[in-house]
Design a protein around this ligand. Structure first.
Ligand code: ADP
Length: 602
């Protein structure tokens, strides 16, 4: 990484720390300054004290020095304690804000990025790396230590500098001292560099294993996968995998720790050898009467503190540079842009629901794929129409809906709402006209009412009405707390388990509750038997009233009541018309599909 890149990441990181919690960051900086200054207070005054004792100065002066030292230390400690308390209070908000960044990012990202497997892995990696001590928390530690060591260096130099200019200190001694400090820096650069490289290599592998292990733990702990694990006797295999992973990680961590310990041993030996040399040199200077007894204490302490601060700063900078590699990845996740065109037009709110949608020569390829999922699709449907989309699996039905809801933009062609390209509308406004029940809809471990309203607050009467319309009246009557009943037991021990068919009815009720002018059902009834599906679709036709409804199903019988049926095949619309028109075209796809399925309905 180039120095300019390090600089940019540092700038961005500092801005991020302040945005997460200004209070925590300011307290952290102040604390770093105070804790750095603390050891220098006794050092600064000890020289005066010892020299005053040595020169038999009045006892009042001695008492004054002692009082000043103790008083300043006491005040600094008091301030330190206060700042620590403020930091613990603001720490929670900081953690929350960091967690919220991930949620906010997921919501702001284009759907295309959410579906992207590389983005999913990047997100999992940055989260795991944060847990391994890199990224953000390393940034806090790094900032605190760097400030502390920088202050220590300034204070040590200001206390020890006069040593280099004393006439009584020989040139040789000055050279040896300066050489010693340089040697420590050099030794630190090499040892920290090596230790970080080893750590880094370990974490590169460890994080991948950890991401994978996390998935396996989820399987074991998620009771939804419990059935498959038992039926297929997968428990031993899963546990063995986790044990092996933990063992492999543990073994390589042990080897890594031993290597790092050896490197640190060399570093410590050099550092202490140098410490010993400095002691000897200064003692020799004192015994030769070249430095006062008071000053010796000050020089020894400040030179030693200087050494530790310099070597500390060197390792802080190196660790920060290493952490930049992780932060680069972290920022690369948060910098994923939403390149969907953001329109600003408002969608006209019409009481008559007069909205029409037109696909004009639309073709679409999923990102990073060559094959077109949709090819030259032309279709127009008017307000209040009931449109069915039929076709075999993989023929492009869901993709058609995803484009209509602007989860993706067409690769070619355009989609118009009341004659205007849908990209030009404000995204939130545009989405507000659709209620969609996707094939892979999700219900959440919230109350039934909250699931239907998709909100924490809801109109209980309306929720009940929608559930009844969706065909869940009987089940609702048997629920212990009505619409307040929790779905699943993740958050409430009295939560209820629901069948696939019931889940689909709740999803239908959610679509009804939104009361949007367009209702789209993308095979949401696949868990129902054909007869029940037909019932849902025909009653839904009635419930949908004057709304525009689009039904997608590979079961043709469920859709025959629609005004218009579009038959998809290989990403293209090969036929459109009513059931009667299409069934009479014996050479058509619809005729073929209908007769292939007819045996199930007789
Ligand atoms: P249907 O709803 O008719 O079953 P889809 O619209 O889901 O069909 O899929 C149409 C084509 O697009 C299929 O070939 C499918 O494999 C492909 N496809 C669907 N989703 C994605 C995706 N996220 N990335 C790449 N290809 C996809």
């Amino acid at each position: 990484m180039k120095l300019s890149e390090h600089y940019e990441i540092s700038k961005k990181s500092i801005r991020l720390l302040f945005s997460l919690s200004r209070e925590y960051t300011v307290c952290l900086i102040l604390r770093a300054v105070i804790t750095a200054a603390l050891p220098y207070v006794p050092i600064a005054f000890s020289a005066q004290l010892v020299d005053a004792l040595y020169e038999r100065k009045p006892v009042e002066l001695l008492a004054f020095y002692v009082l000043l030292t103790v008083g300043i230390v006491f005040l600094l400690k008091l301030l330190d304690t206060y700042l620590s308390a403020r930091m613990s209070v603001s720490q929670d908000a900081m953690y929350r804000n960091e967690e919220w960044r991930y949620s906010e990012k997921a919501m702001q990202m284009a759907y295309e990025s959410i579906e992207d497997r590389d983005v999913e892995i990047l997100c999992a990696r940055t989260r795991k790396e944060s847990q391994s001590g890199y990224n953000l928390w390393n940034l806090y530690n790094g900032l605190e230590n760097t400030i502390r060591n920088a202050i220590k260096i300034i204070l040590s130099v200001s206390l020890a500098l006069s040593l280099f200019f004393l006439d009584s200190v020989s040139v040789l001694m000055r050279l040896v001292l300066a050489g010693g400090i340089l040697l420590t820096i050099l030794c630190r650069i090499i040892t920290v560099g090596k230790a970080e490289a080893i750590n880094n290599k370990f974490f590169e592998v460890y994080v991948d294993l950890n991401v994978m292990g996390g998935k396996y733990y989820d399987y074991l702990e998620d009771y939804n996968s419990g059935k498959d694990i038992r039926i297929y006797d997968m428990a031993d295999g899963l546990i063995d995998f986790i044990k092996n992973t933990l063992f492999t990680v543990g073994e390589s961590e042990k080897r890594k720790d031993i290597k790092i310990a050896c490197i640190k041993l060399v570093d410590t030996a050099v550092y202490h050898l140098l410490q010993f040399g400095i002691y000897m040199m200064l003692l020799a200077a004192v015994s030769a009467g070249r430095i006062s007894v008071g000053l010796i204490a000050r020089y020894v302490s400040s030179v030693l503190l200087l050494l530790s601060a310099v070597s500390g700063l060197v390792s802080d900078i190196q660790k920060t540079f290493v952490n930049h590699k992780y932060l680069k990845r972290y920022f690369s996740y948060f910098d994923i842009s939403n390149h969907m065109y953001q329109g600003s037009l408002t969608v006209e709110k019409r009481d008559d629901n007069e909205y029409d949608i037109e696909f004009r020569n639309v073709s679409f390829r999923y990102p990073r794929t060559e094959a077109y999922a949709l090819r030259h699709v032309n279709l127009k449907f008017k307000a209040g129409e009931k449109l069915a989309i039929v076709g075999k699996n993989g023929s492009g039905k869901t993709t058609f809906i995803k484009l209509m809801c602007r989860l993706y933009d067409p690769t070619e062609g355009e989609i118009l709402l009341n004659g205007i390209n849908i990209k030009k509308y404000d995204y939130g406004e545009y989405m507000s006209i659709f209620s969609v029940v996707f094939q892979d809809f999700r219900l959440f471990s919230f109350s039934l009412g909250q699931n239907v309203a998709a909100d924490s607050e809801y109109d209980a009467q309306c929720v009940r009405r929608c559930l009844i319309q969706a065909g869940l009246e009987e089940r609702l009557g048997s629920m212990p707390a009505g619409t307040e009943t929790f779905l699943y037991r993740n958050f409430d021990k009295d939560g209820i388990e629901i069948s696939g068919g019931e889940a689909q009815k709740i999803a239908l009720a959610r679509a009804l509750y939104k009361n949007a002018p367009f209702i789209i059902l993308d095979e949401p009834t696949s868990a129902l038997d054909p007869a029940a599906e037909y019932e849902v679709y025909s009653s839904f036709n009635h419930i949908a009233g004057d709304k525009t409804a689009i039904y997608i199903s590979h079961r043709l019988a469920s859709c025959r009541f629609c005004d218009k049926i579009a038959v998809f095949d290989g990403g293209q619309i090969v036929q459109t018309g009513s059931h009667h028109e299409l069934i009479s075209q014996e050479a058509g796809k619809y005729y073929e599909l209908w007769h292939a399925q007819a045996q199930y309905y007789t």
